[in-house]
Design a binder for this molecule. Structure first.
Ligand code: 3HC
Ligand code: NAI
Length: 698
C-alpha cells in the first residue's frame, strides 16, 4: 500500500490521513489509497467506523489539477467512484476537516456520513474558476444538503465559505475550535453505536421545492448572465444542479459526469487552468530565491494623494499597515483625504464594509505636507505627476529623509526607473511599483526592477504585493513596461482601423465580444484621452520617425473631448457613463480617411480582433526576447489582472498558443506586407512559428 494515505487505529476506528503534500490533491495514488483503506476497514471486523482527515495544512484542495489532460486524471478508481464507495460504506465514515476542503476535497467530505470542521476551515467547490464543474457528485450532493438556491450560489461563484457559514447552510454538521479529530472520533463512535447512516444522495427534502419549480434555474442563469458573460462553466454548473433536482439520483450523477467530461478538455478549461498556475508561477523569480530575506513592512509612506496616491494609501490601510500620505499643498492634501473618505463611505453605503471598519482604516491614515514625516516609513511609494524632473527631485530629497534600508518605490507608468534610482545614493533600494487604476480595486502590481535593485528589495515588494492582496509581476525597465508597452500597438491598430473604414462603436463591440470588459475606445474614454495624448507627444519628440501615425486621437483631444470626465471622448456620454456613438467623431473619422486618400471599406469583426490582438502578441514576443518579462505567463497575468483580458482565453501569450503561433505569425506577415514596418513580425515569433513551437515551450 502506498503512503499516500496514512492509516492509524484509534480504538475501533480507522483514521485515514490524506497525505499528498502540499495540498493533498486527489491524484491517482491518493484515490487508490482511500479505496484500499476502505477495503481494509470493511474486511476487518474489529473496525467499527472510519474517519478521514488531511495530513499537513489542509483536508484537501481537490483533484490534482496537474493530472488534468493526462490519462491518470480519469484512471480507476476515479473520484466519483471513490465518493460513492465512501457513501455506500456499511460502516460510518466521518470527515474531520481542517484548513481547506475544496473541489474534490469537499466532494469527498460530502460523501461522508458526518462532517466536523474546525472554525478556521474554508469549504467550497471552486471548480468553476477552473472552467469546469464539480465532477465527483458536488453538484448533486451539495443541493441535497443546502437546498438548490444556496448550492447554485456556492457552485457558480466557487466561494470557499468559512466553516460557520457552511454549517449554517447545512453542509457541515459540527464546528469545533482547533483540531477536529477528537470530535470526529466521537461522532464516528456515536454513528457506529446507532447504526443509522445518513447518505447524502438519499436526502430529498431540500431539493423538493426546486423539483416542483424548475423555472428557478432559468431565473438564476439570468441573474449571473452579466457577470459570467463568455464563460461556459457557470452555466454548465446550473445545468448540473438542475439535473440534481429533476432526475433520479444515479441519473443526476451520470449527467454531472457527462458535463464534467465535456468541459475538462475544453479550451476554456485549459486557459483557466493556465491562469491558476500562472498566478502562482509569477511569484517565483529564478535569481531571487525563496529564502531571500524579506524586510518587515510595519509602516508605509505615499507621496502624492491624487488619483493613484489616494488608492495606494487605501491599499496600505486595508492591509492594516499605518500609512502617512504627503502632499506639498494643504488644500491638495485635504482634497485627497476627502476623496479617500468618500470612497470608503461609498463602500459602507453599499453594505460592503461596516462603519467601524471604515473608521479603523481611516485612523491608520495620516496626512502631512512635509516629506520629513516619512522618516520612519519602511516603504515609500511616490505617486506625483508623471514628470521626470519632479520625480528626480523627490527621490533626491527622499535620500536624506528615508531611514536606511527603506524601500523607495515609484508608481511611474512609463519613466526610466534607472534614471530615478540614480537621483539617490541607494539605487539598490529603488524599485517600481506600478499600480493600476483604480489602485484600491485593480489587483495587478507591475513591480519594476532597475539595473541596481537589490534581491532583498525585490523579495520585499513581491511579498508586499501579496500582503496588499495584489498579484505582483516582476518586469524590467522599458517604455511602458510590459502592459502599457503592449497596449501601444493594440491602440495604434484600433486607430488605423478607423481610418480604413471602422467606427469606434464597431471596434469596441468586436473587442467586447472577444471578452474584454470594454473596447479600446471606451477604455481610453474611461482613463482620460489626455493621458495618451501627453505620452504620444513625448514619444514622438523622443523618437521622430516617418512611420504611419493616426492623428484622429489628437484631433479629438484638441476639441477637449478627454472622455467620460468631459462628457465626451471617442463616444458621447450624455448621462456621464453610458457610451453612445458621437456624430462629431464619425465626421472626424470620415474626413480623415478622405484627407489621407483612403477609400473606406467594410471591416469584419474578425479582422478587428486580429488587427488589434496579433500586434499586441507580437509586442509580447519582443518583450520576452528583451527579457522585460521573464516568462510568457508573466505577460498573461499582467493582461488578465491589469487589462481585463478574458480569463477563459488565458492571457495573450496563451491565446497565441491556442490559435497557433504559426497562425499569428502568418497573419503578421500578411499585415507586414499590407501595412508596413510597424507590423514586422518579432524574431521570436518567427523562430517559434518556424520550429512549430508554442510560447509555453520556452
Ligand atoms: N492540484 C494540484 N496542485 C495544486 C492544487 C490542486 N488542486 N491546489 C493547489 N495546488 C498547488 C499550487 O499550484 C501550489 O503549487 P506551487 O507551490 O508549486 O506553486 C501549491 O499547491 C500551493 O498552493 P497555493 O499557493 O494556492 O496555496 P494556498 O495555501 O495559498 O491556497 C488553496 C490553498 C485555497 C487550496 C488553493 O491552492 C486553491 O484554491 N487550490 C485549488 C482548489 C481547486 O480549485 N480545487 C478544485 C480542483 S478540480 C476538482 O476537484 C475536480 C473534481 O470536482 C472532480
Ligand atoms: P494625479 O495628478 O491625480 O496626482 C498627482 C498628485 O501628486 C497631485 O495630487 C499633486 O498635488 C501631487 N504632487 C505633485 N507634486 C508633489 C510634491 N512635490 N509632493 C507631494 N505631492 C505632489 O496623478 P495620478 O494619475 O495619480 O498619477 C500619479 C503617478 O501614477 C504618475 O506617475 C502616473 O504616471 C502614475 N500612474 C497613473 C495611472 C492613472 O491611471 N492615473 C495608472 C498608473 C500609474
Amino acid at each position: 500500500m502506498s503512503d499516500a494515505v496514512l492509516i492509524e487505529r484509534h480504538g475501533s476506528i480507522l483514521v485515514l490521513s490524506l497525505n499528498n503534500p502540499p495540498v493533498n490533491g486527489l491524484g491517482l495514488a491518493l484515490r487508490t489509497g482511500i479505496s484500499e483503506a476502505l477495503d481494509q476497514a470493511e474486511a476487518d471486523d474489529a473496525v467499527t467506523a472510519v474517519v478521514i482527515k488531511g495530513a499537513g495544512r489542509m483536508f484537501s484542495a481537490g483533484a490534482d489539477i496537474s493530472e488534468f489532460g493526462t490519462p491518470r486524471s480519469l484512471a480507476d478508481p476515479n473520484l466519483p467512484s471513490v465518493c460513492l464507495r465512501i457513501e455506500n460504506s456499511k460502516k460510518p465514515v466521518v470527515a474531520a476537516i481542517h484548513g481547506v476542503a475544496a473541489g474534490g476535497g469537499l466532494e469527498t467530505a460530502l460523501s461522508c456520513h458526518y462532517r466536523v470542521a474546525s472554525t478556521k476551515t474554508r469549504l467550497g467547490l471552486p471548480e468553476v474558476t477552473l472552467g469546469i464543474i464539480p465532477g465527483a457528485g458536488g453538484t448533486q450532493r451539495l443541493p441535497r444538503l443546502t437546498g438548490v438556491e444556496a448550492a447554485l450560489k456556492l457552485i457558480t461563484s466557487g466561494e470557499l465559505a468559512p466553516a460557520a457559514k457552511a454549517q449554517k447552510l447545512g453542509y457541515v454538521d459540527e464546528v469545533v475550535e482547533g483540531d477536529p479529530l477528537e470530535a470526529a472520533l466521537a461522532a464516528a463512535e456515536r454513528l457506529a453505536a446507532s447504526g443509522a447512516l445518513r447518505r447524502t444522495m438519499e436526502i430529498e427534502e431540500k431539493i423538493a421545492e426546486a423539483r416542483a419549480n424548475p423555472g428557478v434555474f432559468d431565473e438564476f442563469a439570468k441573474s449571473i448572465a452579466k457577470k459570467a458573460r463568455g464563460f461556459d462553466a457557470p452555466f454548465a454548473c446550473i445545468e448540473a444542479v438542475k439535473a440534481a433536482a429533476t432526475l433520479p439520483g444515479p441519473e443526476g450523477l451520470a449527467k454531472e459526469r457527462e458535463i464534467f467530461k465535456g468541459l475538462v478538455g475544453s479550451s476554456q478549461a485549459a486557459s483557466q487552468r493556465h491562469a491558476f498556475f500562472a498566478e502562482r508561477e509569477v511569484a517565483k523569480i529564478p535569481d531571487v530565491p525563496k529564502d531571500t530575506p524579506v524586510k518587515e513592512i510595519a509602516t508605509a509612506g505615499v507621496i502624492g494623494c491624487g488619483t493613484m496616491g489616494g488608492g495606494i494609501t487605501m491599499n496600505f490601510a486595508n492591509a492594516g499597515i499605518p500609512v502617512t500620505v504627503v502632499e506639498n499643498d494643504p488644500a491638495a492634501l485635504d482634497r485627497g483625504l476627502e476623496t479617500i473618505a468618500k470612497n470608503y463611505q461609498a463602500t459602507v453605503d453599499k453594505g460592503r464594509m461596516t462603519q467601524e471598519d471604515m473608521d479603523s482604516r481611516m485612523t491608520l491614515i495620516t496626512g502631512a505636507t512635509d516629506m520629513a514625516a516619512l522618516s520612519e516609513a519602511d516603504v515609500i511609494v511616490e505617486a506625483v505627476f508623471e514628470e521626470m524632473d519632479l520625480k528626480k527631485q523627490i527621490f533626491g530629497a527622499l535620500d536624506s529623509v528615508a531611514k536606511p534600508g527603506a524601500i523607495l518605490a515609484t508608481n511611474t507608468s512609463m519613466l526610466d526607473i534607472n534614471v530615478i534610482a540614480a537621483a539617490t545614493s541607494r539605487p539598490e533600494s529603488v524599485i517600481g511599483t506600478h499600480f493600476f487604476s483604480p489602485a484600491n480595486v485593480m489587483k495587478l502590481m507591475e513591480n519594476v526592477r532597475g539595473e541596481k535593485t537589490a534581491p532583498e528589495t525585490i523579495a520585499t515588494v513581491m511579498d508586499l504585493s501579496k500582503k496588499l492582496k495584489k498579484v505582483g509581476v516582476l518586469v524590467g525597465v522599458c517604455d511602458g513596461f510590459v502592459g502599457n508597452r503592449m497596449l501601444g500597438p493594440y491602440l495604434r491598430e484600433a486607430g488605423f482601423l478607423l481610418e480604413e473604414g471602422a467606427l469606434p462603436a464597431q471596434v469596441d463591440k468586436a473587442i467586447y465580444d472577444f471578452g474584454f470588459p470594454m473596447g479600446p475606445f471606451a477604455m481610453m474614454d474611461l482613463a482620460g484621452n489626455d493621458v495618451g495624448w501627453r505620452i504620444r507627444k513625448r514619444q514622438r519628440a523622443e523618437n521622430p520617425n516617418n512611420l504611419r501615425y493616426s492623428d484622429i486621437a489628437d484631433q479629438i483631444c484638441e476639441l477637449g473631448r478627454f472622455g467620460q470626465k468631459t462628457g465626451g471622448g471617442w463616444h458621447d456620454y450624455d448621462d456621464g457613463r453610458t457610451p453612445t456613438p458621437s456624430a462629431k467623431v464619425e465626421e472626424i473619422v470620415v474626413e480623415t480617411s478622405k484627407r489621407l486618400g483612403i477609400e473606406r471599406r467594410k471591416i469584419s469583426d474578425q479582422e478587428i480582433v486580429e488587427r488589434c490582438l496579433y500586434p499586441l502578441i507580437n509586442e509580447g514576443a519582443k518583450v520576452l526576447e528583451e527579457g522585460i518579462a521573464m516568462r510568457p505567463c508573466d505577460i498573461d497575468i499582467v493582461w488578465l489582472f491589469g487589462y481585463g483580458f478574458p480569463r477563459y482565453r488565458g492571457g495573450p501569450m496563451f491565446y497565441a498558443d491556442t490559435v497557433g503561433v504559426k497562425t499569428v505569425y502568418d497573419k503578421m506577415c500578411e499585415f507586414h506586407e499590407q501595412h508596413g514596418d510597424l507590423m514586422k513580425p518579432a524574431p521570436l515569433l518567427e523562430k517559434l512559428a518556424k520550429a512549430d513551437k508554442r510560447f509555453a515551450d520556452l
